[in-house]
Design a protein around this ligand. Sequence first.
Ligand code: TRP
Length: 454
Amino acid sequence: MNKPRETFNSRMGMLMAMAGSAIGLGNIWRFPYMMGRNGGAAFILIYIIMLVVLCLPVMVSEYLIGRRGGFNPFSSFDRLAPGSKWRWIGFLAVLSSACILSFYCVVGGWSVKYLLDSCTLAFSNPHSDYAAAFGGFIGSPFKPLLYTLIFLGLTGLIIVFGVHKGIERMSKIMITVLFVIIVLVVVRSLTLPGAVDGVRYMFVPDFSKVTAGTCISAMGQAFFSLSIGCGTILTYASYVSKQENILASSAWISFFDTLFAIIAGLAIIPAVYAIAYMNGVEPDVSAGPGLVFITLPGVFSQMPLGGVVAILFFLALLLAALTSAISLMEVVVAFIIEELRRSRARAVLMSFLVCGVVGVFCSLSFGPLEGFKLFGLSVFDFFDYITSNIMLPVGGLLLAVFAGWRLKRANYLDELTNGGKLNIPRWLALTIYYLVKLVAPVGISLIFLNCLFS
Ligand code: TRP
């Protein structure tokens, strides 16, 4: 730690990196099928409420802790509450990030494979059995492992170049390309005959599908999608200058992330409706994780210009996954650099090895290790479940409790307003503070307990 810590060079770069972290498989792969299962627009509505009331305050706090602490999660907590046990929350965050990355890179690997396949026109035959092809691929004992490691390798390659030259620069490029591509895909999807029913499905709420489970799913999805609760925002925030407006940045990132999830829905759901009508069958958008990798290839094979759209779509998926994966790996890398005093290159290699090994086990759980269960779940599902439904909400809860109860109110407000330099109205600053101190911890606990006992 002799060299001064790197920082993001511009506000735009910082926002793009954070938005890149938030926008990911969670938006393109998870959000549409969550929505499909939970009543379409009704889910969006609940999601937005969760976002504003519970997640935005947690995000502001995580940002604030990172910027005030100025280090990786472990040391940031230690600096803000010297010598206390709180730093182990920081450690938990690093651990959660590593766990998420370990299964995230498996799906990232699938997107590499599907991008390559779409380039060789693999999705041009309407009579292929795409479900069997997908099942065969993810279940094979060798190929998906290779793609998982390729994806993880790409992630590491970007991080080796550091915060400015690697993360910031690449996020800026990738997020820009991503937006352009996804808009093109939306245009294609919406101009198919019958697409309008898909749009109606997305925006007309069906409250009959809303249950207590919807609320926990919406909260879990919001935590996952915003990248909060496991130190990603905290680590990125430690590279942010003291002049930035924490509240405005957090609001922008949340807004972009939600906007992108809805745009991704518009790219996928209307197309699924249109092609289903064309074939005279009922559209099924609640197909779960298979929506993107099974339903969509079938959809592409039947739509005019489908070959090009497939390439664009899977490229978008890969870019979105990469910008998120770098944010996850950076948490682990920053921890190794600052706590274990290794060079950046060594730290990247170590993270690659650890997440690669766990990732390989996650991937094998779709094939040779299918019968091996942890608490009744396959290795992949286990990591997905414990991170989204337990570690992230618990991490978010602890972050909010720390920010609301351990940091002094004056310090919280001081950091939020950059020492009084920003003119954030006092009522707004106080509202955020009390959302963090009271509403977020109570809300998260209630939803969490409800889920544990039902
Ligand atoms: N938010 C990303 C997505 O939507 C994934 C992600 C990146 C993440 N960093 C995270 C999820 C931290 C939880 C915590 O795909």
